[in-house]
Design a protein around this ligand. Structure first.
Ligand SMILES: [Zn+2]
Ligand SMILES: [Zn+2]
Length: 475
């Protein structure tokens, strides 16, 4: 069987499309979509970059026989616009009804008439059409290689995750191990969690808590990425890690340096520990543990078919990369972290706080907000110890303070926010949610996330561009 084709759309684009197709008059309306592509081993994703509403009576007209059609010049303009930047042209229109939808014979005949010619003229990888009911969508994709495939589903990334199909899918009863949480969000919510592929980048203190939480909640697939090994100083925070993992008997201060170096080289990768813990969940996720840097191009490529990414690595190059993946592939990214600031001269604790920052797509960008500054990028890219060790600060070999409770605050905020959005319980309409918890004052505040129009990572040139764009990987 060929790989499924699906589509992702941001909350903002979905609102634009949905309000145009369903203004409340129960008549047919149409629009075109310009999409990037993510061609991954698990399937092909269309990534909506732009929605162009067709004006009723001008771009979308009624023929004498009562059927509706997009006028040829409107189609041509949009097909050519998509072709100029290697995007995929998709036509969308609506039918009546709510939860079930399919193309009419007239719809299918018009695809037959025009799509082979469009594919031939533009050399685009695909062209296609969607038809919507209020809560359902069907798609008919025509591919350059001559195949014709349906759209498997449409995902709306937004305040609450929505997955639309052509007819309601049956929901299995949740495993009895999930009885208590399924009482909160139902079998449907539990099934939504099972359908998720979630990545955790960075399996230090925060990442290990996230991995454990996600697996206990019942996530279906976990992608864990980290190239670091367990050290004795991690054992106070790393979930599931033991002295055996840290090879403490070799890395002990009493040992000669060459024995300690050997111990550090033999200690367990952090991803291995996290995978071991994740697999103890009642219904274990399918875990893919990658003991390599996310900055390697083929490792970064593994993120492309995720539904959500948790960013728990705090080096600037990794932050820049994951932030770019989120906007380029329309995958929400939550950055989690905890920081303690200490006055170097007096030793006074200035600040201790935990953050959870949910970014877009299309809203909230770590680069725009100045969090991934050019200074940090330069420093972290040139100092190899900075790339590896989140424990060290300021470019100096002084271990930064870190404590499991701060990580737990940050990861609980992040995981809870993700959970409510995934199971449909979120009551905020924000696509972006930046929370800052002050551990000394006991206060919580919302930080303002920004996106700048000219940003090379979240702006129109990068947004939803998928495989046609490049990522800031190491090479
Ligand atoms: Zn139709
Ligand atoms: Zn940006």
């Amino acid at each position: 069987m060929s790989r499924p084709w699906s589509m992702r759309i941001s909350a903002e684009h979905w609102a634009q499309l949905h309000s145009h197709l369903f203004p409340g008059d129960s008549r047919e309306h149409a629009a075109t979509l310009r999409c990037g592509l993510a061609d991954t081993p698990s399937g092909v994703r269309l990534l909506v970059r732009e929605v162009t509403p067709a004006r009723d009576g001008i771009d979308f007209i009624q023929r004498p026989d009562g059927t509706h059609v997009l006028v040829a010049s409107f189609v041509l303009d949009n097909v050519l616009r998509a072709a100029t930047d290697h995007s995929v042209y998709i036509a969308a229109h609506c039918h009546g009804g709510a939860d079930e939808v399919g193309f009419s014979g007239t719809d299918l005949a018009s695809h037959e008439n025009s799509y082979p010619a469009i594919l031939h003229r533009t050399k685009a990888p695909a062209v296609g059409a969607l038809v919507f009911a209020r809560n359902a969508v069907a798609g008919d994709m025509w591919l350059q290689d001559g195949r014709q495939v349906p759209l498997h589903h449409l995902t709306v990334t937004g305040p609450n995750l929505q997955v639309l199909t052509s007819s309601p899918a049956p929901v299995a009863q949740a495993d009895s191990a999930y009885d208590r949480q399924a009482r909160l969000f139902g079998d449907r919510g539990q099934a939504m969690l099972r359908a998720q592929k979630v990545a955790v980048v960075g399996l230090g203190g925060a990442g290990s808590l996230l991995s454990q939480t996600l697996s206990r909640l019942g996530v279906g697939q976990l992608l864990l990425i980290d190239d670091d090994r367990v050290e004795t100083s991690n054992l106070s925070r790393l979930v599931g890690a033991t002295h055996r993992d840290a090879r403490t008997w070799l890395t002990d201060d009493q040992r000669p340096e060459w024995v300690r170096r050997l111990g550090r080289r033999l200690s367990t990768p952090k991803v291995t520990v996290a995978a071991r813990v994740a697999r103890t969940a009642p219904v274990p996720p399918d875990v893919h543990a990658v003991f390599r840097s996310v900055l390697e191009p083929d490792v970064a490529a593994l993120l492309r078919d995720c539904d959500h990414i948790f960013l728990a690595a705090d080096t600037a190059p990794a932050e820049l990369l994951v932030n770019a993946v989120g906007h380029q592939y329309l995958i929400p990214v939550t950055q989690v972290g905890a920081k303690v600031n200490i006055d170097r001269t007096t030793g006074t604790v200035r600040q201790a706080y935990a953050v959870s920052r949910l970014n877009g797509p299309r809203s909230g960008c770590l680069r725009c907000t100045g969090l991934v500054s050019s200074d940090r990028l330069r420093r972290d890219a040139t100092d190899p110890t900075q790339l590896r060790r989140q424990d060290y600060v300021g470019g100096e070999n002084i271990a930064a303070p870190s404590v499991i409770t701060l990580n737990a605050v940050a990861t609980s905020l992040a995981a809870n926010d993700w959970l409510t959005r995934t199971v449909g319980l979120n009551r905020s309409n924000a696509s972006t949610w930046w929370t800052h918890a002050d551990a000394l004052k006991g206060t919580t505040a919302r930080d303002i996330a920004t996106t700048l129009p000219e940003c090379p990572w979240c702006g129109p040139e990068h947004f939803g561009v998928g495989d046609a764009g490049s990522l800031p990987t190491r090479h």
